[in-house]
Write a new protein. Structure first.
Length: 428
């Protein structure tokens, strides 16, 4: 247990070393020491905490620092709770411990009634600090690190709003949801994600016995989804019109961001997702096609024909690569994505050019799909080019997919009107 205990002739003492920098201000002593006047270790473990907290307050005051009494209070109350639970099978020991805790709570009530009430709830198992077990909850979850970090942030937001579990009621949660939507201006989808993560954390705390009751407190809390019309108005991604593409390319080139312009050019002629392009290695590029080996879906793992207008840039990028990737020089973020930084640059560019939030890099994928449809390309062929699932039984389940030459012929019909001058500037 605590390093603050020392036994002398069967009697337990509280001890705490005094840091050298404050010893002159505390009488020159090297340590605090005081008898707890008990031979019972379990009693000593309870009695030592308030005494050590007081000594630490002296040390902090000697250093001119404020003390965080609330942290000490929570630790003390949790220790009382654990000791009372441990002694439940021994009526006599439990009675002695309960009497000691009552005495401590009475003393605390004389100083700070509000703190005493909170300590009583924690020690009696009626409340629990919500910030203590977030990492333990996340540790065994077999999800990507990015998902874990998002869940951690959601749970920390929850624990910052509701410090203790007894504060969590359905009405309080509904008010919090309202705050998230109105004050923090979070979307319905984001708020629903936060509530889902917090519900999972709440269920975990129930499972390990830190909370009792209120299992259904999260029911009827998740905000209602927006109507289909409203959702379509605000969140549907839009394709870039053919006339938008030169603006994007020139915007990147005139901003001296050649890699971004090259990425946009690749996206226009392939319909690939941004990370598919940023993670594409030279070894996966052949003379007339390349292979996507890293995609968010199984349908995305595919061979993509190289459009004749894209071929010169692809040859140039492969020949000049310095790191084995077609787009050299991109950095990985902590989630092993190479598209993060350049994706943000695209976001700033399109905003500067006046495009809406509904225009994202994925819009280039939609642009190509729109052109393929207008050229009369069958949907199953377009799906194989851009890497979409085919839901039909014949093509989706039984077919092995279109031959590469079929895809190449279909893709070659697309001909965005980009001036030769822009194309020349893409190869420096």
């Amino acid at each position: 247990m605590p390093t603050y205990l020392q036994q002398r002739y069967r009697v337990w003492y509280a001890v705490l070393d005094i840091p050298k920098d404050v010893r002159p201000k505390l009488g020159g002593k090297a340590r605090f020491i005081q008898s707890l006047k008990t031979e019972s270790r379990s009693e000593a473990e309870i009695l030592v905490l308030p005494l050590v907290a007081e000594w630490k307050r002296f040390i902090n005051e000697a250093r001119g620092k404020e003390t965080s009494s609330s942290v000490d209070l929570v630790a003390k109350a949790l220790h009382w709770r654990d000791e009372l639970r441990r002694a439940q099978d021994d009526q006599q020991e439990h009675s002695v411990l309960a009497s000691i805790v009552d005495d401590e709570l009475w003393k605390l009530n004389e100083i700070d009634p509000k703190a005493a009430k909170i300590a009583a709830k924690i020690s009696e198992g009626q409340s629990y600090p919500l910030d203590r077990d977030i990492d333990a909850w996340l540790a065994p979850q077999a999800v990507e690190q990015k998902t874990k970090d998002m869940k951690r942030g959601d749970a920390q937001r929850f624990a910052a709003w509701f410090k203790l579990s007894h504060e969590v009621t359905r009405l309080a949660l509904q008010k919090w949801v309202h705050h998230l939507q109105v004050t923090d201006e979070l979307s319905t989808a984001t708020v629903s994600r936060i509530i889902s993560a917090c519900r999972g954390y709440w269920e975990y705390l129930h499972l390990i016995g830190h909370i009792e009751g209120q299992e259904t407190v999260f029911d009827r809390v998740t905000p209602k989804k927006a109507t289909k019309t409203k959702t379509a108005m605000h969140s549907t991604r839009l394709p870039f019109a053919p006339s938008d593409l030169p603006k994007l390319l020139l915007g990147a080139l005139d901003n001296d961001d050649l890699p971004l312009a090259q990425l946009i050019w690749m996206g226009m002629w392939t319909g690939c997702r941004i990370e598919e392009l940023c993670s594409l290695k030279v070894e996966h590029v052949a003379k007339d096609h390349f292979t996507v080996v890293d995609s968010k879906t199984s349908a995305g793992l595919r061979k993509v024909p190289i459009h004749p207008r894209l071929a010169p840039l692809m040859r140039h990028l492969c020949a000049t690569s310095t790191d084995g990737y077609v787009l050299s020089g991109l950095t990985f973020n902590k989630y092993a994505d190479r598209s993060n930084a350049i994706g943000k640059r695209f976001g700033r560019l399109k905003a500067k050019l006046g495009f809406s939030e509904r225009h994202v890099f994925h819009g280039l994928r939609r642009s190509l799909a729109t052109e393929l449809e207008n050229m009369g390309v069958p949907e199953n062929v377009s799906a194989d080019i851009v890497g979409h699932d085919k839901p039909t039984m014949t093509y989706g389940l039984y077919s092995g997919g279109n031959r590469l030459e079929v895809l190449r012929e279909a893709l070659s019909r697309v001909n965005f009107k980009i001036t030769p001058e822009i194309e020349r500037r893409l190869i420096s």
